[in-house]
Design a protein around this ligand. Structure first.
Ligand SMILES: [Cu+2]
Length: 277
């Protein structure tokens, strides 16, 4: 089943991906078994209670307690699934990697129709953001007077990662609900206005070909072109990228070139480099 499904899935580049694909295969098996059993039962009932044998309906119904026991059994299985599997998995997913694992922290702020991405820079601390400072040339509302933000790297639709290093993404949205989808990383999470959701995963293979950030939530007329790219580098490659995109001494925030260029008139126009002072 897993091999069969893999033909229709993008290749897997993340540490948690194989477990997720296995679960996907298990759910497909379970659904297939349920489908066959219920389908057989349906056919049996159609024949057993056909109108030619039973011209008059019985209004007394079943007298035994078999169905009650069946329902209790289903409830017990569901409690086991919830307490034994779902809650531990949920807690694993919501426990973010601690500082000891040196995660690469990134802020991703979705908007119609782009992904704004902020790296904390050399000091490892994000600059202050204020919604009052958001303009078309400062999409994240970064405070230019905050010294911690001076070294922050801001990109549009470009996410760069380091192989083997956990990613910790703080995801939010400026306008409507979007969904941050990295198919090769087996990551999908809604971006919700007013809420910052932390997601984490570890890319385990280098690559960038066909890596696309997709918006998986119909979010407006330009939804189809709300795309970004991401790349997984080795350490040297990632450090080089970060150094190349680090802001100049005179520039508080550097923005790498947007790719693909937004169509005219449908998105706030942005220059490729945006000095904020
Ligand atoms: Cu969207």
């Amino acid at each position: 089943m897993e091999k069969f499904l893999a033909q229709y899935m993008p290749p897997d580049y993340s540490a948690h991906g194989p477990a997720l694909d296995q679960l996907n295969a298990m759910v497909h098996w379970l659904m297939l078994i349920l489908f066959v059993i219920w389908g057989a039962y349906f056919l049996f009932v159609l024949r057993r209670f056909r109108a030619s044998q039973h011209p008059k309906a019985s209004y007394t119904g079943v007298k035994s307690h078999v169905s009650s026991y069946g329902e209790i059994a289903v409830a017990v299985v569901e409690v086991i699934l919830l307490v034994g599997f779902s809650i531990p998995m949920w807690s694993r997913w919501t426990t973010v990697p601690d500082r000891g694992k040196n995660p690469l922290e990134v802020r991703v702020v979705a908007e119609q129709f782009a992904w704004n991405i902020q790296y904390p820079g050399a000091d490892g601390i994000f600059g202050r953001r204020d919604i009052k400072l958001v303009t078309s040339s400062n999409p994240l509302g970064l405070d230019p007077s905050d010294p911690r933000g001076k070294d922050d790297v801001v990109t549009l639709n470009q996410l760069h990662m380091q192989v083997g290093r956990p990613m910790l993404i703080h995801l939010s949205s400026k306008d409507v609900i979007h969904s941050f989808f990295l198919p090769y990383m087996r990551v999908k999470q809604d971006a919700i206005p007013g809420i910052e959701v932390a997601i984490h995963f570890t890319p385990v293979k280098e690559g960038e070909k066909d890596f696309e950030i997709a918006c998986a939530q119909l979010c407006g007329l330009g939804h189809y072109r709300m795309r970004g790219q991401y790349a997984v580098h080795n350490k040297a490659g990632f450090d080089r990228w970060l150094a190349e995109n680090a802001p100049q001494k005179t520039t508080a925030v550097a923005v790498t070139a947007p790719v693909p260029a937004p169509a005219a008139g449908t998105s706030p126009a942005r220059s490729s480099i945006q000095p904020v002072s």
